[in-house]
Write a protein that binds this ligand. Structure first.
Ligand SMILES: [Zn+2]
Length: 128
């Protein structure tokens, strides 16, 4: 299959403040969502922001979130992937979206040592 997206922007995240990155991240997620739908997928939103009042501050491990999760910094989102009404749960199912996300400047959880295929983030202070 030839995956495509009409407008292909590459975003630069280096040197941005946290607030600038958060706003750019949201813009990039919009592109990722459009890419998915333009290529025959559907999505639902999983975890996006993880409130530190529930999950602990950055560096603190509380509930199911990792201590340094970028979800706590509004720089990560988990997306549930569907095609033809089927819920696709494998990391490999997310590969086209992951490669697109990387091509526009993001970090894809499918590359993590413990692969997390539905996780899309942008790096911040060495956290992925
Ligand atoms: Zn995640």
């Amino acid at each position: 299959m030839n995956y495509r997206r009409e407008v292909h922007k590459v975003y630069k995240t280096d040197g941005l403040s946290l607030g600038e990155k958060q706003r750019l991240f949201t813009r990039m997620v919009a592109d990722l969502i459009l890419f998915a739908y333009e290529n025959g997928y559907e999505l639902t939103v999983g975890d996006a922001y993880r409130d530190p009042r529930v999950f602990g501050k950055v560096g603190d491990k509380l509930h199911y979130s990792s201590a340094n999760s970028l979800h706590k910094s509004r720089l990560a989102i988990d997306l549930n992937l569907f095609k033809d009404g089927q819920f696709l749960t494998r990391t490999s199912d997310h590969q086209p979206l992951g490669e697109y996300w990387e091509s526009i400047g993001g970090t894809w959880g499918g590359r993590f040592t413990n692969a997390d295929g539905n996780h899309y983030s942008i790096e911040h202070n060495g956290r992925k």
